[in-house]
Write a protein that binds this ligand. Structure first.
Ligand SMILES: [Zn+2]
Length: 412
C-alpha cells in the first residue's frame, strides 16, 4: 500500500555524503557554503515533487505537501553536521522525510498536510547554540544571548546570519509556522551503543533526557610544588577531583549520566599547586525528580569536596532543559510500528538533545532510533548497518501513517 521505499532513503543519504562528505567526514557546518550546498541538494530533490518550499525567519527550510485539510504533520531533522561529522546524524531524518513526501504525493492527495523541515543549526557546532532553528520555531531563544555569540574565527553570529537571510530581531516570525501543526515525527540514529549491545536495529524513543549544565570554580591557594607540605596545601584541583569522583557515583546511583568534561587549572604549571580549578558538569536524566535529586546531591558533594581541601566552590549556570517525554498516542503509534518491523517493544530515552526536544514542549512528538555501529557519532566513523537503516525508515513511515490517521480522525 505505502510506496515509501527505504532504499531510496539510503540512496539519498549516499548522494548527500558524496557531495558534502568524504573520507574526512561530513562538513555541513551550519551557516557555511557546504551547508548551503547540502540544502541545494535537498532543494533539487524537492523540485521534482508537488511541494511548496519556503525558508522561515530562523533559516529553517520547509517543504509543504498540501493535503485535503490544513492540519499538518511535520517530519524532519537537520542537514547540518559537526566538523568531520558522520553521514547519518540528522541527515537520516531529513531524507526519510523527503521519501515520505515522495511516497504520499505518488499515492494521491494526502488527507492532511505534511511538511518536511530541515531545522537550521541543530548542532550549534560553530556558535555553541544548539537547536537554533527549532528553538526559534518554539520561541525559546533569547536574542540577547545570541547577540554575544562568536565563532572560533571571531565572526559574530549576528553578522553571519544576515548572509543567510536571517535577521536576529525577526526570529519571532518563525513561531507562526506552529499554526495548524498537530504532530512532529523524527527518525534519528541512536548515537550510542545500547541498541547494538541488545542486538537490535531500531526502537521507540520515550523522550529526551533533561539536562543541567554548570561550571564550577574551586578556589584554594597557589603555592610552590616543592616547598608547600602536603597537609598544609589548599589544592583546588584535588577538591575538583574529589567532586568529579563523587558526581560519577551520583550518576551511577540514580541511573543517570554525569560528566565532568573540561578542566582548567591556574596557574596551570608543573611546579605549582593549582590555586584555582574550573570544571564543567553535565547531568542528564529522563525523570525530572531524579535529575533534581542528582543536582541537589552534587551541590552537597561539591561543598564537601571543597571543605575537605580547604577550598571554596562557586557555581555558574550554563544551560538547563527539562526532560521532554513524548506524546502517549504517538508512543503507541511508534511502538506498534517497531513491533511490526522488528518484532519487539524496546524503547529508550534519548541521551542526546534533538530538535524533537524543542517541539515536544507543546507539540505531540515522537522519535524512532536506529542503532549506531560501535555507539559512535560526531565522527567520520559514524555508521549504521544498512538493514537497520531500512528498518528505521520503514518504522518511521508506519509511524507517520498512523499519525496522519490520528490527526485525520481528530485524536491529535
Ligand atoms: Zn542530530
Amino acid at each position: 500500500m505505502s510506496t515509501f521505499d527505504p532504499l531510496r532513503v539510503i540512496a539519498d543519504l549516499e548522494g548527500l555524503a558524496a557531495r558534502t562528505g568524504g573520507p574526512a567526514g561530513s562538513r555541513r557546518l551550519a551557516w557555511t557554503p557546504e551547508w548551503v550546498e547540502a540544502r541545494n541538494l535537498l532543494r533539487e530533490h524537492l523540485a521534482t515533487l508537488p511541494v511548496h518550499v519556503e525558508v522561515d525567519e530562523a533559516g529553517n527550510l520547509w517543504a509543504y505537501l498540501r493535503g485535503e485539510s490544513t492540519d499538518t504533520l511535520v517530519v524532519g531533522s537537520h542537514l547540518d553536521s559537526v566538523p568531520k561529522g558522520g553521514w547519518l546524524d540528522g541527515a537520516l531524518g531529513v531524507m526519510a522525510g523527503l521519501e515520505l513526501l515522495r511516497a504520499l504525493s505518488a499515492e494521491g492527495t494526502s488527507p492532511i498536510t505534511v511538511a518536511l523541515v530541515d531545522w537550521a543549526d541543530e548542532e550549534g557546532a560553530r556558535f555553541s547554540r544548539s537547536l537554533f532553528g527549532s528553538a526559534a520555531f518554539m520561541g525559546t531563544v533569547d536574542p540577547k544571548i545570541l547577540a554575544g555569540l562568536v565563532d572560533k574565527e571571531g565572526n559574530r553570529l549576528v553578522d553571519v546570519l544576515p548572509q543567510h537571510g536571517v535577521d536576529i530581531d525577526r526570529l519571532d516570525g518563525a513561531q507562526r509556522r506552529q499554526e495548524n501543526v498537530k504532530a512532529y515525527v523524527e527518525v534519528h540514529i541512536e548515537q550510542g551503543p545500547i541498541l547494538e549491545s541488545m542486538g537490535k536495529g531500531i526502537c521507540t524513543v520515550t523522550g529526551t533526557k533533561g539536562i543541567e549544565r554548570e561550571r564550577l570554580v574551586f578556589r584554594g591557594q597557589a603555592a610552590h610544588a616543592g616547598t608547600m607540605p602536603m597537609p598544609m596545601r589548599r589544592d583546588s584541583f584535588r577538591a575538583a577531583s574529589r567532586f568529579a569522583l563523587a558526581v560519577a557515583e551520583i550518576g551511577d546511583r540514580h541511573d543517570g549520566v554525569t560528566t565532568v568534561g573540561a578542566v582548567a587549572c591556574k596557574p596551570g604549571v608543573v611546579t605549582a599547586v593549582a590555586g584555582e580549578t574550573t570544571i564543567t558538569l553535565d547531568m542528564r536524566h529522563i525523570d525530572a525528580g531524579e535529575l533534581a535529586a542528582m543536582f541537589a546531591e552534587s551541590k552537597a558533594a561539591a561543598d564537601e569536596a571543597a571543605a575537605a581541601e580547604g577550598c571554596t566552590v562557586e557555581w555558574e549556570h550554563i544551560f538547563r532543559i527539562p526532560p521532554m517525554p513524548f506524546h502517549p498516542l504517538l508512543l503507541d503509534a511508534a511502538r506498534e510500528s517497531v513491533r511490526e518491523v522488528e518484532g519487539h517493544d524496546i524503547e529508550l530515552p534519548s541521551g542526546a538533545l534533538h530538535d524533537a526536544s524543542e517541539t515536544a514542549r507543546s507539540i505531540p512528538t515522537v522519535m524512532i532510533f536506529s542503532s549506531s555501529t560501535n555507539g559512535l557519532s560526531h565522527t567520520p566513523e559514524e555508521d549504521t548497518p544498512r538493514d537497520h537503516l531500512v528498518m528505521a525508515a520503514d518504522a518511521f513511515d508506519r509511524t507517520c501513517r498512523r499519525t496522519i490517521d490520528l490527526i485525520r480522525t481528530g485524536s491529535l
